[in-house]
Design a protein around this ligand. Structure first.
Ligand code: NAD
Length: 515
């Protein structure tokens, strides 16, 4: 019997025993750092001469692991294995496929702190953030398994006399999953097991920043009994194999999460029908955000400051949902800003691989340089109210940074920075709060802090985002509770962790019999 879905609880790190358990997991992982990792093609481990190092962002000299790199011939071989595997995998019933996910969820739950500890090193996730990431991955397995059980029954349609109609879903065929590094385990898992449980073999190309954590999913699914060739693991240089994966004539879908720049390129390329290709490719492209919290004049101002600061600086601001704009009613602007600066002081940076710190380092040199450049831009466009310090001597540390009195049309308020930087701007009334909230190319997450019911009612329909929150921060969606995704340039709004997600990887079929 399958119990109703309930999300995985988070670990309470105020509990001494939990902290001790997490510290043991960090020690275990530390003893395993620096190993070589293979590609996995048709169930076979392939070690290539060409490898890249994954490093700890808070300690550049610490190698987390060395990942083999796939070349185009490995992609061809992986696609052949996926096609072979598809012949059998598509015949497994929804129950049989879901069972693999439920088992994988149980294995992950058993290895929970260990997986989270890998993320504390490789992605520099503070303990609580890592724990939530692993919990989300477990949720994806449990939730998509159950969604497949539902969809496996098909849908009810009508019959006329002398006619029997059925409507059911079939998988598309092999496809490609390309996740980002920031939800190093959760998004890798969700974007991989979703298409797989729907019956489609996958070639998964993890981010070059977090290949080791992604490999843990391969281990877990293998242990859970996923047949060979259903998941092929092909890390590599996106400049060399990215287009090749997307363009491949046998790719049926591309399940992408990442930046707008990459998403647009994939969307464009996937639309071209290649020689020998006998289908149109589906593209799921979940992309960036420029997420805003608006604060009304009758709001709870402590709640407003806490929501802004936690959403802006949690995991170093490296969430697509992170708050990077606070638009505040002029009556309460100064007070909210002052409270936010006070709260930001708690967000000190350190190395989550060593201790439970509020923030780790940002992911790599490129991101560090980019954020530093934006801090300089911010100083020109407005006024630095707090933070702005950077240090890349040992790791890529950026202090929590608040800019005030920003031009809502300026670069700080329009472009995705993907770091711990938030800009404040003022609005004269609720109309202007909403207008400024909507003046970006993105539509991913947003929040309204207000005690005015009429204003909340208006925002429900007029605030242009895929995930809108009232009187809380704008991060932290939960699978099966807050299906996630955005529109406008934030993407195709696939709503990961929602009841319609698997339909992206299924072809509905109608069969009619007369008698
Ligand atoms: P990115 O676009 O640099 O990379 C994402 C993935 O695409 C990586 O695996 C990368 O190797 C791959 N890639 C790069 N070039 C490619 C190409 N030409 N062809 C195929 N694949 C290619 O993004 P990132 O830095 O890894 O992630 C951060 C971005 O992801 C931010 O913009 C963030 O907002 C977004 N994001 C969005 C969501 C969402 O649900 N909307 C969730 C998490 C992150």
């Amino acid at each position: 019997m399958v119990l109703p879905y309930k999300h995985e609880p988070f670990t309470d790190f105020t509990d001494k025993q939990n902290r001790a358990d997490y510290e043991s997991a960090l020690k275990k992982v530390e003893s395993e750092l620096g190993q070589d990792y293979p590609l996995v093609i048709g169930g076979e481990k392939v070690y290539t001469d060409n490898k890249f190092d994954s490093i700890n962002p808070a300690n550049k000299s610490q190698v987390i692991g060395r990942s083999s790199m796939a070349a185009t011939e490995h992609i061809d071989k992986a696609m052949e294995e996926a096609k072979k595997a598809f012949k059998e995998w598509k015949k497994w019933t929804a129950e049989e496929r879901a069972e693999v996910l439920f088992k994988a969820a149980a294995i992950t739950r058993r290895r929970k702190h260990e997986i989270s500890a890998w993320m504390s090193y490789e992605a520099n996730k503070p303990w609580g953030q890592s724990d939530a990431d692993t919990a989300e991955a477990i949720d994806f397995m449990e939730y998509y398994g159950r969604q497949m059980l539902r969809l496996g029954q098909g849908r009810e349609i009508n019959d006329r006399p002398g006619e029997n109609n059925t409507f059911f879903y079939q998988p598309l065929g092999p496809g490609v999953t390309i996740p980002p590094w920031n939800f190093a385990f959760a998004i890798v898992t969700g974007t991989t097991v979703g298409p797989i449980v729907a019956g489609n073999p996958v070639l998964m190309k993890p981010s070059e920043n977090t290949p080791v954590v992604a490999y843990k999913l391969v281990e877990i699914l293998e242990e859970a009994g996923l047949p060979k060739g259903v998941l092929n693991f092909v890390p590599g240089d996106p400049a060399e194999i990215g287009d090749y994966l997307v363009d491949h004539k046998d790719t049926h879908f591309v399940n992408f999460t990442g930046s707008v720049q990459t998403g647009k390129r994939i969307y464009n390329r996937a639309s071209v029908v290649q020689e020998g290709q006998k289908h149109l490719k589906r593209v799921v492209a979940e992309m960036g955000g420029k997420d805003t919290i608006i604060v009304d004049n009758d709001a709870d101002l402590d709640l407003a400051a806490k929501s802004i600061v936690d959403s802006a600086f949690g995991f170093q601001g490296q969430k697509c949902s992170a708050c990077s704009r606070a638009i505040v009613h002029q009556d309460v602007y100064d007070e909210v800003l002052e409270k936010a600066i006070e709260k930001a002081k708690a967000y000190t940076t350190g190395n989550p691989g060593e201790e439970d710190v509020p923030m780790g380092a940002v992911v790599n040199q490129k991101q560090f340089d980019k954020i530093k450049e934006y801090i300089e831009i911010g100083k020109q466009e407005g006024e630095l109210a707090y933070g702005g310090e950077t240090d890349d001597s040992k790791g890529y540390h950026v202090s929590p940074t608040i800019f005030k009195d920003m031009d809502p049309e300026g670069r700080i308020m329009q472009e995705e920075i993907f770091g711990p930087v938030v800009g404040f701007a003022k609005a004269k009334d609720f109309d202007e709060l909403l207008e400024l909230a909507n003046n970006t190319d993105y539509a991913l997450t947003g929040a309204v802090i207000s005690n005015n019911r009429a204003h909340l009612n208006r925002a429900r329909y007029e605030f242009e985002v895929g995930n809108l929150y009232f009187n809380r921060g704008c991060t932290g969606s939960i699978v099966g509770y807050q299906p996630f995704g955005g529109f406008k340039m934030s993407g195709t709004d696939a709503k990961a962790g929602g009841p319609d997600y698997l339909l992206n990887f299924l072809a509905p079929k109608t069969v009619t019999e007369s008698w």
